[in-house]
Design a protein around this ligand. Sequence first.
Ligand code: FES
Length: 214
Amino acid sequence: MSKPASVAAQPESFAFTPENRATADKIIARYPAERRQSAVIPLLHIAQRQHENWLPRAAMDHVAEILGMAPIKVYEVATFYTMYNHAPVGKHLIEVCTTTPCWLRGSDEIVGACKRRLGISPGETTPDGQFTVVEVECAGACVNAPVVAIGDDYYEDLDGPAIIAIIDQLERGEQPTPGSQIGRRGSCPQNGPTTMTSQSAISAKAADAGGLAD
Ligand code: FES
């Protein structure tokens, strides 16, 4: 969401709530006073969460003032990372990874299912303000591709019906179960273990490593 909101959509001012200011102060205290600018990334995250998941210019200016930074320095950080939204987004921001591993594993199907189910293309928000869909670069969970991030959660090993079921749940106000949608534990092989499949192999490996063999 790199395109900034229109001037009309920008609030005139922004300030942390007392609770968020206290959290910001705790984060700033982790750094030497002369390095307080190192807190810019977490403070921007706090500001974004406070402001319905997008960062107006006034919020970036507020963070700049607290950290004693030139506003342009904060804008540079905020526009570099795609996690910061610069225009209003839906209540549920669906970030579909379409980088090569996810693409090879079916991200086109995920994008297509979102389009059909929600009637919007990537970069758009549903008229009711509930859902925004965007395409993103690698989400860092390639082993369980294809992957979608929604809010703070990752949904993995997806296909068209799975993402539609997740959207259905969100629409009903439910919380879908994050993680692998095919029951894969962690990032184990999809068809089960391929190494260390017998006790004798495990024992031999332990003996090789100088551990206890049975
Ligand atoms: S390519 Fe999709 S998570 Fe890495």
